[in-house]
Write a protein that binds this ligand. Structure first.
Ligand code: C2E
Ligand code: MG
Ligand code: MG
Length: 402
């Protein structure tokens, strides 16, 4: 067993932290993990977890039921610390609790690679750890490579940020309704870096405004190009809470749409539920004026934040995106399906368009279609693609589905 402080030594091995109050079980996990090449730390007193934790630990094996500090509280801790660790949840409780914890972790955007009921099958655990350690070897999956503020500034100065576009299609007539612009960092050495790596850093160091402006100009420009090619489609852009403090944002959006010759109604601004939980007065001012100018407003990742229903109702949203963690699990999890059903019902009653994100297979598509979601987005339709690929993809889709 290595000491918790060993984590501060840079090691080429993938790292694993076991948190379980049962020393016998923790030792078994340690033995299996070491066998497949992990550098393992064991914590049997959950109160010591914050001391042993580092954001760049590759895998955390977490027992849900422990005295003093339970696994659910540790999931909250992990979410607040925005680490990059993958989670393996274990529990002696029934499947319902394990499933609920898994959904909770998904909702916090924590990657869960397995949820195992005790007694754990060690051969299965070994296989999961082996697969995961191969993934951890991929570049930039670890926050040891976490970019710094200077890296981001340099990338902005060198125009290394661009948008990829992922289609949204109608579940009623299968027409393409629009594309969501998703930020990508095209790094000269490291390749394409996903937003989960750099958006939190841009938010922390105040570069998110500049980054959002870059993505907005790309997205509005592309939307104008689609319209000129007679393939008009909406474009959706993501915005963080931090950007929603600028009272002149609605006017900036209007100027941009005029410059690119697009109607405000073809632009959707997506905000996460978390953004809605903050500063209501400023938000109401900005969002109401965005809607009054004719732009669409969408609430992203619905179901993962903590905003109250009345607050959402009091804000002028006209689209609701059901979070992909619920959509993906809906065909197999009773709990996830209930959440999706309730959300569709709620959206309908509030007169909002419903978009289901995370449609990964036919089963998911069929289920969401039958539940009454208006639109679908997900790998089953297409992965996010570079701007140059959009029109060809669209022609192909229309040929096959419309
Ligand atoms: P989001 O807005 O909820 O975007 C959907 C994310 O889900 C995208 O990840 C997309 O690639 C992924 N996705 C779509 N369909 C599927 C599917 O079927 N299966 C799976 N497993 N994943 C799917 P991406 O591009 O990595 O973006 C992650 C998040 O980063 C976005 O989540 C959004 O919150 C944020 N983001 C992206 N671009 C920007 C931006 O310009 N500004 C801000 N503030 N946030 C951004
Ligand atoms: Mg979005
Ligand atoms: Mg989303």
């Amino acid at each position: 067993m290595s000491n918790p402080t060993d984590f501060f030594l840079d090691s080429a091995k993938p790292s694993l932290l076991v948190v379980d109050d049962e020393p016998d079980f923790a030792e078994l996990v340690e033995a299996v993990a070491e066998e497949v090449g992990y550098d393992v730390t064991v914590v049997t007193d959950p109160m010591r977890f914050p001391l042993a934790y580092r954001r760049d630990i590759d895998v955390i094996v977490l027992d849900l039921s422990m005295p003093d500090l339970d696994g659910i509280e540790l999931i909250r801790f992990l979410a607040e610390n925005r680490g990059s660790s993958a989670l393996i949840l274990v529990s002696g409780f029934d499947n319902h609790i394990l499933e609920a914890a898994r959904l909770l972790a998904h909702g916090h955007k924590l990657p869960v690679i397995a949820a195992l009921q005790k007694p754990v099958n060690l051969a299965q655990l070994k296989e999961i750890l082996q697969t995961s350690s191969r993934k951890q070897a991929a570049p930039l999956s670890q926050s040891r490579d976490r970019p710094t503020e200077d890296d981001l500034r340099e990338a902005l100065a060198n125009s290394q940020f661009q948008a990829y576009y992922q289609p949204k299609v109608s579940l009623i007539d299968h027409h393409v309704t629009g594309f969501e612009a998703l930020a990508r960092w095209s790094h000269p050495d490291k390749g394409m870096i996903p937003p989960g790596i750099f958006i939190p850093i841009a938010e922390e160091c105040g570069l998110i405004d500049e980054l959002t402006s870059t993505i907005l100009s790309h997205a509005f420009h592309e939307c104008g190009r689609w319209a000129r090619a007679d393939m008009a489609a909406k474009v959706a852009v993501n915005m963080s809470a931090r950007v929603l403090t600028d009272l002149s944002l609605p006017e900036r959006l209007l100027d941009l749409s005029r410059e690119n010759g697009i109607a405000p109604a073809s632009v959707v601004i997506e905000l996460t539920e978390g953004a809605v939980a903050e500063r209501l007065t400023t938000l109401l001012d900005i969002l109401t004026r965005i809607r009054m100018k004719g732009f669409m407003l969408s609430i992203d990742d619905f179901g993962t934040g903590y905003s109250s229903l009345s607050r959402i109702h009091s804000l002028p949203f006209n689209e609701l995106k059901i979070d992909q963690s619920f959509v993906r699990e809906a065909p197999t999890s009773h709990e996830a399906r209930s959440i999706v059903e309730t959300t569709v019902d709620l959206g309908r009653k509030l007169g909002m368009r419903l978009v289901a994100e995370g449609i990964e297979n036919q089963e998911c598509w069929d289920l969401l279609e039958s539940l009454g979601s208006n639109e679908a987005q997900g790998y089953f339709i297409a992965k996010p693609m570079p701007a140059e690929a959009v029109l060809d993809w669209r022609l192909d889709w229309d040929k096959r589905h419309v």
